[in-house]
Ligand binder design. Structure first.
Ligand code: NAD
Length: 273
């Protein structure tokens, strides 16, 4: 868990999608530790969403957190989530569009449903959330007392926005799409001082990739593609998200920060090619 909060996000409100588990739960906590009000979006597992909220409320007496059930691929759900957030906390300053999933299959066996579900949640869901966030940033106007930026958007991408991934074409296409969504938004809304970036995790221990590390053989195979020789943990992403949401990174926009133990250095080429 991120250990040294210095309340860099005091007075701000952050929505984290898919925050009842894994990376989203760690990001919500890291951002809550920095003093922000946190909206914990969940789709399933209300119980664990509540646990994340309770944890954030325990950080300091004024810490505020609420949970909100929404399917990020549904326009009306996303709009209701932003409305509820604005009603409760007044505005939204930070969005971490994190919700995502995999539906793996060899391409010749992939159904249209498997393709569509991943694109709908991983890519369209990020568009819908980013659009609502930008609308709110523009409506509300600057708040220089809390941040240099009008608002901050962090997309949860993946190393697979640049590393091709056979057997997962729906997932890789969704993450490649997030890169262009993120850069185009950064270009379009930079003049209004909206910062838009992505985090590209490598292999992080969460429910999404349990099958890739459920035996010593699979773990050894995974380690072959990680130069730093450890699997990441969700708090590795939480600490970067908290910094990327803060004014300490104010001159960073339109960038993916890979948090991957060097996976994007293509270690397979260290003795080949
Ligand atoms: P996870 O399965 O723990 O988290 C995904 C979350 O998204 C879950 O809480 C799930 O309920 C939520 N979700 C799924 N569909 C949703 C919907 N329609 N609406 C709202 N929420 C929904 O896995 P994770 O590893 O924490 O994944 C978080 C993000 O990180 C994903 O975007 C994933 O692609 C990305 N990522 C993870 C890794 C990794 O190694 N774990 C690597 C690269 C990228």
């Amino acid at each position: 868990m991120y250990q040294k909060p210095n309340k860099r996000l005091l007075g701000q409100t952050c929505i984290v999608t898919g925050a009842s588990s894994g990376i989203g739960a760690a990001v919500a906590q890291a951002i809550g530790q920095e003093g922000a009000n946190v909206v914990i979006n969940y789709h399933t597992h209300e119980d664990t969403a509540n646990e994340v909220a309770e944890k954030i409320r325990s950080f300091h007496p004024d810490a505020k957190a609420m949970i909100f059930k929404a399917d990020v691929s549904k326009e009306s759900d996303v709009e209701a989530m932003f409305e509820a957030t604005i009603k409760t906390f007044g505005t939204v300053d930070i969005l971490v569009a994190n919700a995502g999933l995999q539906q793996d299959a060899a391409t010749h066996e992939m159904t249209l449903d498997q393709w569509q579900k991943v694109i709908d949640i991983n890519l369209t869901g990020q568009f819908l959330c980013a659009r609502s966030a930008i609308r709110e940033f523009l409506r509300r106007g600057p708040r220089p007392e809390v941040s240099c930026a009008l608002g901050k958007i962090i997309h949860m991408s993946s190393v697979h926005e640049i590393i091709p991934w056979g057997g997962h074409v729906n997932y890789a296409a969704s993450k490649g799409g997030i890169n262009m969504l993120m850069q185009s938004l950064a270009q379009e809304y930079g003049p209004q001082k909206v910062r838009v970036n992505s985090i590209g995790p490598g292999a992080i221990k969460t429910p999404i990739n349990l099958s890739a590390r459920d035996s010593p053989e699979k773990r050894a195979k995974l380690m072959e593609v990680i130069p730093y020789k450890r699997i990441g943990v969700p708090s590795d992403i939480g600490s970067v998200a908290a910094w990327l949401a803060s004014d300490e990174s104010d001159y960073i926009t339109g960038t993916t920060i890979f948090v991957d133990g060097g996976m994007t250095c293509y270690p397979g080429f260290s003795e080949n090619g």
